[in-house]
Design a protein around this ligand. Structure first.
Ligand SMILES: [Zn+2]
Ligand SMILES: [Zn+2]
Length: 290
């Protein structure tokens, strides 16, 4: 598959990159599980890896299916574009940076708005961190509304196929920050997201919660006050563990919880909206009715 074929069918990008992902996984498994040179939380456990792979497959199927509808919406808005942007290397890099900026805000919202967190928590609910953690994705992202965050790029005038390609390339590049095998990437850490920065993002240590939302560039966290360096050893996972390797249980746990809470008949409209849109960490307070 060449570049122009990929632009015509960007939904295949992650499948095309899959062989590279599996080589990285095999190498990390070898130095972690076989050579025992990585901490226990970096090791591969069969049940979890199978769960992660199933989640990646479900996510891929959901994305391709939803893409049929979303591409129509993008084309509709592309008809009202503000600028005619001709795609070349310069505008492609501009698109990558602009998309990464949108990703930062999507990711930040995914941690601060429970509706989005219900999808994103899947990615965070593992207590281990290795390349297979990158495969933990939710099939619910299209319903949560992830695609809305890329709509401004289409309205600006970037070709929707290039926008989807940039979104998936960003996601593909993020695979490489899910490892404990690489301590640092040197001076590149000032500008780019790195394994160290992203380990912090997966931490449940109090100082690491809701930090380092970066996709490819770490500069957004530094600009918007959400950067935290890796100092203390990271404890991986979320404060409310899912305790399951069933991909469907993992996918729907938070949605079910949200639905169960909505069924309480004594709630006011304000409380109901808070249960859906307030930050997930404040839900305990919401349950007490404030
Ligand atoms: Zn996150
Ligand atoms: Zn991650």
């Amino acid at each position: 598959m060449n570049f122009s074929q990929l632009i015509a069918h960007p939904e295949w990008l992650l499948i095309v990159l899959a062989p590279i992902f599996f080589v990285c996984i095999a190498l990390e498994w070898y130095i972690g599980n076989r050579k025992q040179q990585l901490p226990p939380s970096a090791q591969y456990h069969q049940k979890e890896v199978l769960c992660n792979m199933a989640l990646a497959s479900l996510h891929q199927v959901a994305d391709i299916t939803a893409g049929l509808f979303i591409s129509k919406v993008y084309l509709l808005f592309f008809g009202w574009k503000l600028f005619d942007i001709e795609m070349n290397w310069a505008t492609f890099i501009l698109l990558m940076v602009a998309q990464d900026f949108c990703y930062y805000w999507f990711h930040r919202a995914s941690h601060r708005v429970r509706w989005l967190w219900a999808a994103h928590v899947v990615h965070h609910s593992s207590e281990n961190m290795n390349f297979s953690t990158a495969f933990r994705q939710s099939l619910m992202y299209p319903i949560a509304g992830m695609w809305l965050f890329w709509l401004p790029l289409v309205i600006l005038g970037f070709d929707p196929n290039y926008v989807v390609f940039a979104v998936l390339l960003n996601l593909g590049l993020q695979f490489f920050v899910h490892t404990q095998a690489i301590k640092s990437i040197g001076p590149l850490e000032y500008i780019f997201n790195s394994p160290a920065h992203h380990r912090v993002h997966h931490g449940k240590n109090p100082q690491y919660i809701d930090k380092n939302y970066a996709g490819v560039l770490i500069i957004w966290d530094k600009l918007f006050g959400s950067f935290e360096p890796e100092v203390e050893t990271v404890q991986y996972g979320v404060t409310k563990p899912v305790n399951s390797f069933n991909p469907l249980t993992v996918t729907f746990a938070e949605w079910r919880e949200m639905w169960r809470e909505q069924r309480q008949s004594e709630l006011t409209l304000r409380q109901r909206l808070k249960l859906i849109f307030a930050p997930p960490a404040s839900q305990q307070i919401n349950k007490k009715g404030s």
